[in-house]
Design a protein around this ligand. Structure first.
Ligand SMILES: [Zn+2]
Ligand SMILES: [Zn+2]
Length: 118
């Protein structure tokens, strides 16, 4: 099955965002049929608020793999690469001895929980 980038509008901020082919493939692989209703930023803000975290701690960084600007709910420590949600998922699937310590905080987006909760 072929996927193509798709433009969706966010339910919260009404901005258009890209539901990329890679994300669609990811959703499909997880058996998720609903498209995301919120843009990545709103999904992230929702998660931060749900966790009772401080929105001001959110840092804007570039994905170490694809360079896409992404927001993370923590201050990157500098010595570990930060990935966007898609690259993070891709990395997890590959055997990456050096990334074996990668943990939850490297999930820059909230693809999985954002969908489960909707
Ligand atoms: Zn939004
Ligand atoms: Zn990336």
């Amino acid at each position: 099955m072929e996927f193509e980038d798709k433009m969706l509008s966010c339910r919260d901020c009404n901005k258009q965002f890209v539901f990329s082919a890679g994300e669609q493939e990811f959703f499909s692989a997880k058996g998720l049929v609903n498209e995301p209703k919120r843009c990545p930023n709103c999904r992230l803000l929702m998660r931060i608020q749900r966790n009772g975290e401080d929105v001001n701690r959110v840092a804007e960084v570039s994905c170490a793999e694809c360079g896409v600007p992404t927001r993370v709910p923590f201050q990157p420590k500098g010595y570990r690469p930060v990935y966007c949600a898609y690259c993070f998922q891709t990395k997890k699937r590959e055997p990456q001895p050096e990334q074996a310590t990668a943990d939850e905080e490297h999930v820059a987006d909230d693809l999985i929980t954002g969908v489960v909760s909707s």
